[in-house]
Ligand binder design. Structure first.
Ligand code: FAD
Ligand code: UDP
Length: 367
């Protein structure tokens, strides 16, 4: 066969695996059905600004080995994500920290903030069963109503009482004046954009774009004994057990003839009435000083076949269906399934890189 590995998907999982395989002396072909590399972390220049085409991407990790690995392909700036919340035009600090509590209640000490939350939490159940109960237990009813409920119901298209509590636990709650959105020790944006970083990972590796593996699987499988698949797992099996649910997104991007629009990389619109979930102003990721600015409004919608799948819907029905597909996948000896779509998990970039490095280590250190 012509190659040792066919890698389906030029996103982070595919690119990292391809880089490691090539370093191990393997012959690799990477294909992607899109017209570009980098998957969802793709950035493209517009008016001299790197635009995050598939939503804002901030690199953050607690894994030193992942941080060291990405530094082989890019330099990172010292960007720290500090989005704001706009609720009917009132501006609040995110994540939930002393700035937020001061803006919401006029309190200035941790003790006062904790007392407010405790008072509003009231008799919330000790073991929250859904996102609403979890949110009220963490920050009380008022912050839940103003900063969480509207945003979450727009984002997920489901009532907060029907969503799992873990989703809201992604966000820190701090009784400190610290508005860093993440707790990880490492954070930044690759200078020059994510596409350039992935390009360097794929240096010297054959990549064919605009190629759908599932459209002609037999022909692609004939090229290599081992196939790494990073697309949706249900699509791989022809949806034979049913369709996994996703949330999809729609982006409206415009170039504005002004140097600044909102003074921040991201403003979340947390009221129910504003139709978009957030506005991204891309230049702030790289501290841009261009004369123009590029902004993107992000709208969330239910995924239908043909849309880009963005967020897996991690409820019980989908988890059970995924488990069945996983059994089918485990019975495919030639194929390795990896990444956000093939594993149906809402992984961050560092998780995906870590998993690809581990998969490669297992693959190349064996026997
Ligand atoms: P993907 O990037 O989706 O790559 C899979 C590739 O496979 C795609 O390019 C696709 O075209 C290709 N493919 C699929 N099927 C086929 C086929 N049949 N034939 C050929 N090619 C195929 N993570 C963070 O760490 N920080 C963030 O701030 C952050 N923000 C995010 C914001 C949004 C809106 C979203 C949706 C995600 C965000 N993430 C963030 C998560 C991050 O995008 C993912 O962890 C990462 O991009 C996943 O990489 P992947 O390789 O698994 O998948
Ligand atoms: N969330 C919210 N208000 C906000 C931001 C986030 O209620 O202003 C909730 C929402 O339910 C979201 C979850 O917190 O899905 C996790 O937020 P995160 O920013 O991690 O979302 P992601 O990066 O996955 O889009």
């Amino acid at each position: 066969m012509e190659y040792d590995f066919l890698i389906v998907g030029a996103g982070l999982f595919g690119a990292v695996f391809a880089e490691r395989a090539t370093a191990a002396g393997k012959r690799v072909l990477v294909i992607d059905k899109r017209s570009h590399i980098a998957g969802n972390v793709y950035t493209e220049p517009v008016a001299g600004i790197n635009v995050h085409r598939y939503g804002p991407h901030i690199f953050h990790t607690h894994m030193d080995e992942v941080w060291e690995y990405v530094h082989r392909f890019a330099r990172f700036n010292d960007f720290v994500y500090r989005p704001l919340a706009s609720y009917h035009g009132e501006m609040y600090s995110l994540p939930f920290n002393m700035h937020t509590f001061e803006q919401m209640w006029g309190v200035t000490t941790a003790e006062e903030a904790a007392a407010r939350i405790a008072q509003q939490r009231g008799a919330a159940p000790a073991e929250p069963q859904n996102l609403e109960e979890q949110a009220i237990s963490l920050v009380g009813t008022e912050i839940y109503e103003k900063l969480i409920k509207g945003y979450t119901e727009k984002q997920w298209g489901r009532p907060c009482t029907e969503l799992p509590s873990f989703i809201i636990k992604r966000l820190p709650v701090r009784l400190e004046y610290n508005d860093n959105y993440f707790n990880d020790p490492h954070q930044g944006i690759p200078m020059g954009g994510y596409t350039a970083m992935v390009q360097r990972m794929l240096e010297g590796i054959e990549v064919r774009l605009g190629q759908d593996y599932l459209a002609d699987r037999a022909a692609w499988d004939a090229l290599a004994p081992r196939v790494v698949y990073t697309g949706p797992i249900d699509a791989f099996f022809g949806y034979r057990l049913g369709t996994l649910e996703y949330r999809s997104l729609r982006f409206e991007t415009e170039v504005l003839e002004q140097p600044d629009f909102q003074g921040r990389a991201a403003v979340n619109y947390t009221d129910r009435e504003t139709p978009w979930t957030r506005i991204i102003e891309h230049k702030h990721f790289e501290f841009g000083t261009q004369p123009k600015t590029v902004v993107t409004r992000e709208f969330s919608k239910e995924w239908q076949r043909g849309d880009e799948p963005y967020y897996p819907v991690n409820d019980a029905r989908n988890a059970a269906l995924y488990a069945q597909y996983r059994e089918l996948a485990d019975a495919e000896p030639r194929h390795l399934f990896g990444g956000r779509l093939a594993e149906y998990r809402y992984y961050d970039m560092d998780d995906v890189i870590h998993l690809a490095l581990e998969a490669a280590a297992r693959e190349f250190n064996r026997g």
